[in-house]
Write a protein that binds this ligand. Structure first.
Ligand code: ZN
Length: 127
């Protein structure tokens, strides 16, 4: 039988710790900020919300926790323009293309081999 433990609120801790569901309304997790179209910006972690839960990471003393940020000083998310997205996609495609066979293998060839795994096998580089 496992003993049920309770996460206590510790407003004096740095950053302050709140049990799940009891953090002030002005605080939000990174995921909650994202839903609001915000990002943390330059502010540090303002508080932690902790709860007991099985599995998953990260944990402190067996507690799951999430970092919370202040909504009032959060910054708007930077929208990635279609042009910028395409450019990033092209850059990634170029990195995933093997310089020897010119095939986009869907992964970036290892820097040590310098070629895709198929070419490395053919050249007897693998091992
Ligand atoms: Zn290749």
């Amino acid at each position: 039988m496992t003993r049920r433990r309770v996460v206590l609120s510790d407003p004096d801790a740095s950053p302050p710790v709140y049990p799940w569901g009891s953090a002030p309304d002005r605080l939000a997790t990174r995921a909650q900020l994202k839903k609001l179209g915000l990002r943390p910006g330059r502010q540090g972690v303002q508080a932690l919300v902790m709860w007991y839960g099985r599995g998953g990471r990260p944990t402190i003393d067996g507690c799951r926790y999430a970092e919370m940020y202040d909504v009032t000083i959060a910054r708007p998310r930077i929208a990635v323009s279609a042009r910028r997205a395409r450019s990033l996609q092209n850059a990634l495609a170029a990195r995933m293309t093997c310089p020897r066979c010119g095939v986009n293998r869907g992964y970036v060839p290892s820097r040590r081999l310098g070629v895709c795994n198929v070419c490395a096998d053919l050249l007897g580089l693998a091992a």
